[in-house]
Design a protein around this ligand. Structure first.
Ligand SMILES: Cc1cc2nc3c(=O)[nH]c(=O)nc-3n(C[C@H](O)[C@H](O)[C@H](O)COP(=O)(O)OP(=O)(O)OC[C@H]3O[C@@H](n4cnc5c(N)ncnc54)[C@H](O)[C@@H]3O)c2cc1C
Ligand code: FES
Length: 247
């Protein structure tokens, strides 16, 4: 088991950027590869477990997360004020590796969280595809990093083409595609990429306890056997994943 170094970092920013979606910036010097995550807790005993969050952005002074309020843990995160302390450990997991050539990053809803740092680190040539249910958010930060940013809203929004992100996307011509989002999106991207014979790498989500490969709580069954999402993933080649067995 890797050494678990828990650090405390003060909140430098915690603001709502879209309904129920917050940007949390923690002060400190951190490192992370694209697609890696940290375990966070901003409470003592309840809830029992820390919560996994992907690295959204990184600078020499701060580490940023983008999170949706879903339950008790994220509601507590949303109450954090400037200067409050967050305990965290990481970076954790195996992230995305850049392949040479033009690549596509595809995010559905909160699935865009790991894509900004990835776009920054991977660099051009890359295109970004983002799908939202309603009004898009956090799209502008991708514009200076990607050659093309394609945005779709399922129900439609001012200035945004209505439809599914998969309707804007074709894997043809890409050396590889990288995706994060809900299971139906990943499944459809897998189908499209398989047909076009383009490698797809997906970031999976599972409930986590330790986050470092010790408890086996996040194990998923893959074509090469059982794998821990926290330490063997969260990124896996889509061809390895049994999508039907995912939560
Ligand atoms: C590697 C990894 C990276 C993640 N990165 C982000 C991120 O950048 N931004 C973000 O908003 N969320 C991210 N998540 C999901 C996030 O960890 C959960 O939303 C969070 O733990 C919910 O905690 P809670 O106490 O608010 O909700 P809970 O009260 O624990 O649960 C509320 C609801 O969310 C579901 N849920 C909780 N945890 C997970 C999970 N891990 N996977 C799927 N469903 C879950 C529960 O089934 C329940 O329906 C990530 C998850 C993983 C595994
Ligand atoms: S959360 Fe413990 S092994 Fe993955």
């Amino acid at each position: 088991m890797p050494e678990l170094k828990v650090v405390r970092a003060p909140v430098a920013e915690n603001r709502e950027v879209a309904p129920g979606v917050f940007l949390l910036r923690l002060e400190g010097r951190f490192v992370a590869e694209p697609g890696q995550f940290f375990m966070l807790r901003a409470w003592e005993r309840d809830p029992l477990l820390a919560r996994p969050m992907s690295v959204f952005d990184l600078s020499p002074q701060a580490l940023a997360f983008l999170y949706a309020v879903r339950g008790r843990g994220t509601a507590l995160l949303a109450n954090l004020r400037l200067g409050d302390q967050v305990k965290l450990w990481g970076p954790l997991g195996q992230g995305w590796k850049r392949v040479p050539g033009r690549i596509a990053l595809v995010g559905g809803g909160m699935g865009l969280a790991p894509l900004l740092w990835t776009a920054k680190q991977f660099g051009s040539p890359l295109d970004v595809y983002l799908g939202f249910r309603h009004r898009p958010w956090m799209v502008e930060v991708f514009r200076s990093l990607a050659d093309h940013v394609h945005v779709r809203s399922e129900v439609g929004a001012p200035g945004c083409t209505q439809g599914l992100v998969t309707e804007a996307f074709s894997p043809r011509g890409y050396a590889a595609c990288y995706a994060c989002g809900p299971k139906p999106l990943l499944l459809e991207l897998h189908r499209m990429c398989q047909e076009a014979e383009v490698p797809l790498y997906v970031s999976l989500e599972e409930r986590m306890a330790c986050g470092v490969g010790a408890c086996l709580g996040c194990t998923v069954w893959t074509r090469s056997g059982p794998k821990r999402v926290c330490s063997d993933g969260p990124v896996f080649p889509a061809a390895e994943v049994f999508f039907d067995a995912l939560p």
